[in-house]
Design a protein around this ligand. Structure first.
Ligand code: SDX
Length: 436
């Protein structure tokens, strides 16, 4: 891991444009790439930078998550993801992401108590669900219902009040499992199940999803532990598209519930959080191992829009460290549930083997990402594919909230307002319709 170190001086960058040279300060990361501060570029040169997709642009300074795409490293507040997945739990990881340090016993007890006692939603919120068709996609429901929280919690929408930010962050983390479970129950026509305060965060979620009034439901501790680990893997991921959406929406001072709803909308896309659902649908479409070569050929064909869902990543040009833990969890869940020969798992493992030895994928550095094995695991646990991205949103709410708080507390933060390079018409006279 290359380190530049906070205390190491970094020389300014020199840019020569239109025959003149300019110097811009650089900022070193504690680890990873330094940045060139171009905030004065336009004022000094009259030019903008141009970086569609922000492949070379840092939007902020952050201390929350570090990714090294070449080395396949992911750290939450400095702790490696595989250590947290194996030794921590989701709520402790949420505390770490929000506060920067692992909690003491007392701190965790207070946080856990606060989250547990905010898991119920306002009873009137239930009425929102009946407005949706039963076959509404759970992400459509999540967008609507989470945005509607702004209408219920006026006492935690003032983003400039630290106490209201604390209350809003805990409400969002606590209520997301309840809302996601309600979206699932609504889609399958079963009655909502209320949270139980004597269950831990993830067991409570599974109970709200799979319990029915007609029978007692015992949460399987192995499955609950696996689900909790899946939430840890999905909790945060630096400045990904949905996190950047939450930050941009929040930069106008919009309330956190509306901003998280915007993040949910962005996560829904198949190139982002929607890939877990798309990956499972792709595995189902491939169906059998003998059909894999046809799909690998299509994925390599520039004229074919088909891509291998669950493969590739903007940052990881090596194995996604979360995918390794996800694959282990997948095997653990299938074993616990006695699922011996899942044809989709056979296709997934053979597809991974072929892709990792194929010249095209090696040259383009396309490896399985977190979404490749998550779908098989979640399907085995009992979730329909339409719920996969809702589960991703449930977990990523913690990252969105941590990044939101960091942004609001950053004294340099301003409203996000990118510019453009204009390529349209220059000024011209209006022509009446009779003369066109
Ligand atoms: C997530 O940003 C994050 O951190 C996201 C995430 C998080 O935790 O928040 O990690 C979660 O979104 C994971 C990614 C899930 N998406 C998918 O699995 C969908 C399939 N993957 C691709 O759509 C793609 O890989 C992206 C969107 C993930 C990355 O796109 P980039 O960085 O814009 O890269 P690219 O599309 O320019 O790909 C580079 C090349 C291209 O070929 P060339 O134009 O250079 O010839 O690789 C090819 C692409 O055509 N390519 C693929 C491919 N992914 C990229 N070819 C076939 N199958 C694929 N999956």
């Amino acid at each position: 891991m290359s380190t530049t170190g906070d205390n190491q001086p970094t020389s300014p960058a020199t840019l020569t444009t239109n025959g003149k040279s300019y110097k811009f300060p650089t900022i070193a990361g504690t680890v990873g790439p330094s940045v060139i501060d171009v905030s004065k570029l336009y004022a000094e040169t009259g030019q903008f930078t141009y970086d569609p997709g922000f492949t070379s642009t840092a939007s902020c300074q952050s201390k929350i998550t570090y990714i090294d795409g070449d080395e396949g490293i992911l750290l939450y507040r400095g702790y490696p993801i595989d250590q947290l997945a194996k030794r921590s739990n989701f709520l402790e990881t949420a505390y770490l992401l929000l506060n920067g340090e692992l909690p003491s016993d007392t701190q965790f007890e207070e946080f856990n108590h606060a989250i547990t006692h905010h898991t119920m939603v306002h009873e009137q919120l239930l009425k929102f669900f009946s407005g949706f068709r039963r076959d509404a996609h759970p992400m459509a429901i999540m967008c609507g219902v989470v945005g509607a929280l702004s209408a219920f919690y006026h006492d935690s929408t003032d983003v400039n009040d630290p106490h209201q930010r604390l209350v809003a962050s805990r409400r969002l983390i606590a209520k997301m499992p309840t809302i996601a479970a309600m979206a699932y129950k609504y889609s399958c026509g079963q009655p909502f199940v209320y949270p139980l305060n004597d269950l831990d965060y993830t067991s409570n979620f599974l109970h709200m999803c799979f319990a029915v009034p007609a029978a007692e439901y015992k949460v399987n501790p192995i499955i609950s532990r696996a689900m909790d680990r899946i939430f840890i893997l999905h909790a945060d991921h630096e400045q990904n598209a949905s996190t950047s959406t939450v930050r941009l929406a929040s930069s106008s001072g919009a309330n956190p519930f509306a901003c998280v709803a915007a993040g949910i909308a962005c996560l829904w896309g198949p190139a982002h959080g929607g890939a877990n659902e798309a990956a499972l649908m792709m595995l189902a479409e491939i169906g059998t191992v003998d059909r894999i070569p046809e799909y690998v050929r299509r994925a390599k064909d520039k004229d074919d829009p088909f891509r291998l869902m669950g493969f590739g990543h903007r940052v990881y040009k090596n194995y996604d460290p979360r995918a390794k833990v996800m694959q282990e969890t997948c095997h653990e869940v299938l074993k616990e549930l006695g699922i011996k020969d899942d044809p989709m798992l056979d296709v997934a493992m053979e597809l991974e083997r072929i892709a990792l030895s194929d010249e095209y994928f090696i040259e383009k550095k396309l490896y399985p990402n977190i979404d490749f094995y998550s779908g098989i695991t979640l399907k085995a646990i009992g979730f329909p594919t339409t719920m996969f991205t809702a589960l991703f949103a449930l977990a990523r709410t913690t990252g969105w909230v941590a990044q939101w708080i960091e942004m609001i507390e950053d004294p340099s933060q301003r409203i996000g307002r990118p510019r453009q390079v204009y390529r349209g018409h220059t000024e011209r006279e209006y022509v009446d319709i009779a003369k066109r």
